[in-house]
Design a protein around this ligand. Structure first.
Ligand code: KIV
Length: 280
């Protein structure tokens, strides 16, 4: 769609809209699920047409679009705006909206109101960070018909408490806590879990122990039900040092669309992530 054409006037991707049911079927037949961040209509449309299964309107937009040093300043209003933009571009991918810092920490009532705002903007699922204290909230949301994606491991909204962007669950105690939190979140009704920057073996164990969760890894090795990358990272657009697990899919691809298609193909045929580059 260009600025001169109306929404829906492009050739459709031909794909049926993805649902939790179709994503679950992918997991059950061993087909890796692909997820990519998208913050606006153009990139949501492009990623959808390139075959990405899930789009995440991540609060990483605080750094990538707004130039903040972390995700902490992002507001609910901003997430609603970007979710609505991405939803207008998307046709068939499963769309997840991030609950930003400060929009659910007070508990279920606050989380319900914030989630409703994201769902009205077009999200089909909301994502929130953390374990333990979030269990009650996840239960309240899922009981009220709001699908939830949890987020454990490196949780960027807790960057100051964690002492930086570092690998989580490396020692026995950290791994045991992570496993307990994941089980509690699954029991509370979460259907998806983003698992960020944890040892590959731990991520594989978690996925084997909790098949009811579609675990989507980022820097968590190849043993999860799916993979997510940040759009700007996989296009080589992010400035500064990137983690080792990130691959620049634009290199040699020739176009952004080809890069996104290469990402989808690499996740589906399991040539990404590269275990040799995982490194922990
Ligand atoms: O906000 C975001 O982009 C995320 C990804 C890193 C998974 O949460």
């Amino acid at each position: 769609m260009s600025v001169h054409s109306s929404p829906g006037s492009d050739a459709a991707s031909g794909r049926k809209p993805l649902t939790l049911h179709t994503l679950r079927a992918m997991q059950q037949r061993g087909e890796p699920i692909t997820m990519l961040t998208a913050y606006d209509a153009t990139f949501a449309r492009l990623a959808d047409e390139a075959g990405v299964d899930c789009l995440l309107v991540g609060d990483s937009l605080g750094m990538l679009l707004q130039g903040h040093a972390s995700t902490l300043p992002v507001t609910l209003e901003e997430m609603v705006y970007h979710t609505a933009c991405a939803a207008r571009g998307n046709r068939s991918a499963w769309l997840i909206g991030d609950l930003p810092f400060g929009s659910y920490q007070q508990g279920p009532a606050q989380a319900l109101a914030a989630s409703a705002a994201l769902m009205k903007a077009g999200a089909q699922m909301v994502k929130l960070e953390g374990g333990g204290w979030t269990t009650e909230t996840v239960h309240a949301l899922t009981q009220r018909g709001i699908p939830v994606c949890a987020h454990l491991g490196l949780t960027p909204q807790s960057v100051h408490a964690l002492g930086g962007y570092r690998v989580q669950g490396r020692d026995d105690e950290g791994a045991a806590t992570l496993k307990r939190h994941a089980r509690e979140l699954a029991d509370a009704g979460a259907t998806m879990l983003v698992l960020e920057l944890v040892p590959s073996a731990l991520a594989s164990e978690l996925q084997a122990e909790l098949p009811q969760l579609m675990i989507i890894g980022i820097g968590a090795g190849p043993g999860t039900a799916g993979q997510v990358l940040v759009l700007h990272d996989m296009l080589g657009a992010t400035r500064g040092k990137l983690p080792r697990f990130v691959r620049n899919f634009l290199e040699g691809a020739g176009s952004i669309e080809a890069a996104v298609r290469a990402y989808v193909a690499a996740v589906k045929d399991r040539s990404f992530p590269d275990p040799a580059l995982h490194g922990y």
